[in-house]
Design a protein around this ligand. Structure first.
Ligand SMILES: *[C@@H]1O[C@H](CO)[C@@H](O)[C@H](O)[C@H]1NC(C)=O
Ligand SMILES: *[C@@H]1O[C@H](CO)[C@@H](O)[C@H](O)[C@H]1NC(C)=O
Length: 474
């Protein structure tokens, strides 16, 4: 028999657990206050303050507890974070890869998927409330598979929009009203899209450029949202079809574009969004690869005099051992019975090939202004520096800057926001150094926790509520 006394104890314990775990999930950035904030030029280092080595364990614990509490207090009292006026604040999320629900998906997995969506949404909302980004970039692989139909693509977008990024779904519904099959389910008219694409290719009228855009929809958003293509969204070049590209562009926007800011001034800089899945082949639709190169040539011809932030999905070439993934390009076999038309085509790639990497960097970073590259794809995350040697026109990746190189470019592989990788948010700060008249870019990674921490907090709150009700009725 349950005694009222026992129930009371259980209620108190579960309430305490619920409070602690919920405080944790809503204040997780305070555990790493520096890594989870924009870089501030007044602090000379990008590292966290750390406890001196000599301290005893309990003293270290006290040190970190103090650091955490003081950040929580600061965040609660302070309405605005301390940053430098005019800095650029970009939040980058690596590969959310949300999975789909099918008629035969077991209930347990459905629950996991539901929880995972809200776990990712919790990271986004906590971080954006804390830091008010100017740009939010999702580094590609929004979904977990390129082998899905239009209706499933639409359904996952709905979850992406509403659960992950807490956005209004009306624009999406309007798209579905205009593009559907006889059952009213979303269906892209890729044939019409293809004809338009061909017309633009023939007349060379692709529109790639924008100026000073701070929001696609200023009524709705105070920031600019950029969705990159990933291999799971549009496929590698051996897989990418008109259907893939048409629906991505219809729902998530262009796959190749630049936005120039403050052009013609000292503070000129630009965002370059590149669909690097369609840079090399052999491709299923070689015209897509041509179109990507057309974009890069037009970009180059702008002779833009400013700093560049390059955003793309597949990392650039580097030797084995520098990052988690080594270089690898795989091709469909000569004889491929399942889909014979794919024989010999590019099947997957960990990196852009060496030759194409040199070519892209020479086109995008031709002006010697400081820049940075953010990529996704490998989930583990990594930072390398490309060192350019002018005499060879080659870019050599290394852990750090190499002496004698003529130009340095950092590439950050943004660690995934998935729970298995601890739910990360990448933070890129651009600061204009008025003495040097140059933009300086600083990247930090803010981890959250495995998705079970989020589940625990939610479950603990439910359990506490239940046990208190039991206590009342007993
Ligand atoms: C997408 O969602 C709609 C509405 O909930 C549903 O009728 C449809 O079957 C879903 N599509 C797929 C492929 O499951
Ligand atoms: C990126 O996707 C979101 C959600 O669909 C959308 O609101 C936003 O406008 C998209 N960005 C572009 C450039 O279309």
């Amino acid at each position: 028999m349950l005694s009222k006394q026992t129930v009371r104890k259980a209620a108190i314990v579960s309430t305490l657990l619920a409070i602690v775990s919920n405080v944790f999930i809503f204040t997780f950035p305070s555990i790493h206050p520096t890594r989870c904030s924009w870089h501030c030029s007044s602090s000379s280092t990008t590292g966290e303050t750390v406890a001196p080595e000599a301290l005893a364990l309990w003293e270290k614990a006290l040190f970190y507890a103090k650091r955490y509490v003081s950040d929580v207090v600061y965040q609660t009292l302070q309405a605005e974070e301390a940053t430098d006026e005019g800095d650029i604040h970009m939040m980058a999320f690596g590969d959310p890869q949300i999975k789909g629900i099918w008629p035969n998906t077991p209930y347990r997995s459905r629950l996991d998927i539901f929880g995972n969506d809200h776990f990712l949404g919790h990271i986004y909302s906590t971080m954006s409330k804390r830091l008010h980004p100017d740009y939010v970039v999702v580094m590609g692989d929004l979904f977990s598979s390129q082998w899905i139909g239009d209706s499933e693509f639409y359904n996952r977008t709905r979850r992406y929009v509403s659960r992950l990024f807490h956005r209004d779904t009306t624009p999406l519904e309007a798209i579905q009203r205009e593009n559907h099959d006889e059952d009213g389910l979303y269906k892209v008219d890729w044939d019409a899209w293809g004809k338009q694409f061909e017309r633009e290719a023939q007349n060379n009228t692709f529109q790639f450029g924008f100026q000073d855009i701070h929001s696609w929809d200023p009524q709705r958003d105070e920031f600019l949202m950029v969705n990159l293509t990933g291999n799971h969204d549009v496929g590698y070049s051996g897989d990418a079809t008109y259907q893939h590209l048409a629906r991505f562009q219809q729902i998530f926007g262009k796959d190749n574009y630049w936005i120039e800011y403050n052009a013609g001034t000292d503070k000129a800089w630009r965002i370059v969004v590149l669909n690097d899945l369609l840079l090399e082949g052999p491709a299923l639709q070689p015209e897509f690869v041509q179109y990507t190169w057309e974009f890069l040539y037009q970009l180059f011809e702008r002779n833009f005099d400013g700093s560049t932030v390059l955003l793309t999905h597949i990392p650039f070439h580097k030797e084995e051992g520098l990052c988690y993934d080594g270089p690898e390009l795989r091709y469909y076999p000569e004889v491929f019975e399942r889909e014979p038309y794919k024989a010999n085509l590019l099947r997957s790639q960990n990196h852009i090939s060496e030759e194409v990497t040199n070519k892209v960097f020479n086109l995008v970073f031709s002006n010697d202004k400081p820049g940075i590259v953010l990529v996704g794809h490998d989930h583990e995350g990594c930072e390398v520096v490309y060192n350019r040697f002018n005499d060879q026109g080659e870019w050599v990746a290394a852990k750090d800057t190499v002496e004698g190189a003529d130009y340095h470019l950092k590439e950050v592989t943004v660690r995934s926001m998935m729970g298995e990788f601890n739910g990360n948010t990448g933070l890129l700060t651009g600061h204009f150094n008025t003495n040097q008249k140059q933009w300086e870019w600083t990247f930090t990674l803010c981890p959250f926790a495995i998705q079970h921490a989020w589940w625990f907090a939610k479950a603990a709150a439910l359990v506490a509520g239940f046990v208190w009700s039991l206590y009342i009725v007993l």
